[in-house]
Design a protein. Structure first.
Length: 160
């Protein structure tokens, strides 16, 4: 395994190219259409493809480098009976805290990649990353509104 400049392992086939040319998804509807057409997409919250190029994710709690970039799924599961837009809004919002809790300008972006394992929180780890698009602020704002309107946010089994 090759190493990045920081000494950590490089994910094979890590993203390359410039993120300046990456398109931006500007509405929840546009995001839903894209995900529905391409169910193999993942979402990642980071400083972007250029920053992640040649990197792999790290389990900081265990101090272990992982074999790829940690991502989350965004496509609705086959058992989901509500609108796809609900699922996608929820997925965008559930990981949006990574942005709020970070001072390093993390943003959500869509990608394709080959799954090579799972991280400690059961998240897919991917290599051979192909950046697809940024998820824009207006799409995130729409997702937040829909999530708040359509779900009992924060409710769990202890609330029964």
């Amino acid at each position: 395994m090759t190493r990045a400049a920081n000494g950590r392992p490089r994910a094979a086939g890590a993203p390359g190219g410039s993120q300046s040319g990456l398109p931006e998804v500007r509405s929840l509807r546009e995001l839903t259409e894209l995900v529905t057409r391409s169910p193999d997409l993942f979402v990642r919250y980071s400083r972007g493809p250029d920053h992640d190029a040649g990197e792999s994710s790290r389990d900081y709690e265990a101090e272990v480098d992982m074999p790829g970039l940690s991502v989350t799924t965004i496509s609705p599961e086959p058992w989901w009976t509500r609108p796809a837009e609900d699922w996608i809004a929820r997925r965008v919002c559930q990981y949006n805290d990574l942005r709020r809790d970070s001072s390093d300008e993390r943003r959500p972006w869509l990608l394709r990649g080959r799954v090579v394992g799972a991280g400690p929180d059961h998240e897919p780890l991917v290599v051979d990353v192909v950046p697809v698009a940024w998820i824009g602020e207006s799409a995130i704002a729409e997702a937040k509104r829909r999530y708040q309107e359509r779900f009992h946010v924060g409710r769990d089994s202890t609330d029964d």
